[in-house]
Write a new protein. Structure first.
Length: 251
């Protein structure tokens, strides 16, 4: 869903008009898009017929509807909005202790702040709990953050490309930021946000992946078999950060 918004944003900018999107007829899909707030965000980027709402509101595991991120104020509002819901979902669905809402909120803030500090472009974030009954046999929280900014290579090039020489690429830029904490800022201590996110995700046995340009780098837990680095992908403007946090395994 956030990738669709990115595609609409880029298409609209290149053509000078709103692209048309045809939504599926399935009421289940339309209902899901509605619960996630997709229509509200898409109306700013696409032309489409708003589907009629049917029935009343149903219980939902949506932790954070699709939300645009443009300023620091947006990040603060996002964290304030999800705190109550995060506490309920983290404890009831994932079996995490009640105190986990604090590090979760910090992690969410950091991953959103990455857009403000590095992307130089608008972005979106969404989060939901899913029951991965067949794939994993337990609940997970999935967080997706995407922006249409300069990407990791563009953000780091001025400060760090010279030391890599001919090896400088999307994949080496991701390694520099993801594994070594390099940042475009000269201030001591900057660039540690992504490192802290990785540390927290590892503590919860989760998965985090970052895609930018033609590459994707991941920190992979033992329950997943994704490769830690993929190169040669279709170019992606900006960056995409995905986090999957699984429920605890009960003894």
């Amino acid at each position: 869903m956030v990738a669709l918004l990115l595609a609409g944003s880029l298409a609209g900018e290149s053509s000078g008009t709103f692209p048309h999107i045809e939504l599926p007829e399935s009421q289940d899909v339309l209902g899901y898009l509605g619960r996630m707030g997709f229509h509200d965000q898409a109306h700013q980027l696409f032309e489409f017929d708003t589907p009629a709402r049917r029935g009343g509101a149903r219980p939902t595991d949506v932790l954070l509807e699709i939300t645009a991120i443009d300023t620091n104020h947006d990040v603060h509002e996002i964290v304030d909005r999800v705190q109550t819901r995060a506490g309920e979902i983290l404890t009831s669905k994932l079996g995490y202790p009640a105190a986990s809402v604090i590090p979760f909120s910090v992690m969410l803030s950091e991953v959103c702040q990455n857009i403000i500090e590095h992307a130089d472009g608008p972005g979106w974030v969404a989060a939901q709990a899913y029951n991965w009954a067949k794939r994993l046999g337990r609940f997970v929280i999935v967080i997706s953050v995407m922006d249409r900014g300069r990407g990791f290579r563009g953000s780091l090039s001025d400060e760090h490309s010279a030391r890599y020489g001919d090896r400088w690429s999307d994949s080496t830029a991701l390694e520099a930021a993801f594994l070594h904490g390099l940042t475009r800022f000269a201030d001591p201590g900057r660039g540690q946000g992504l490192q802290q996110i990785r540390k927290q995700v590892r503590k919860w046995s989760g998965l985090i992946s970052v895609r930018s340009g033609t590459a994707r780098i991941s920190q992979v837990p033992d329950w997943d078999d994704s490769p830690p680095m993929v190169d040669g992908m279709a170019p992606l403007p900006g960056a995409q950060i995905g986090i999957i946090l699984p429920a605890t395994v009960q003894p």
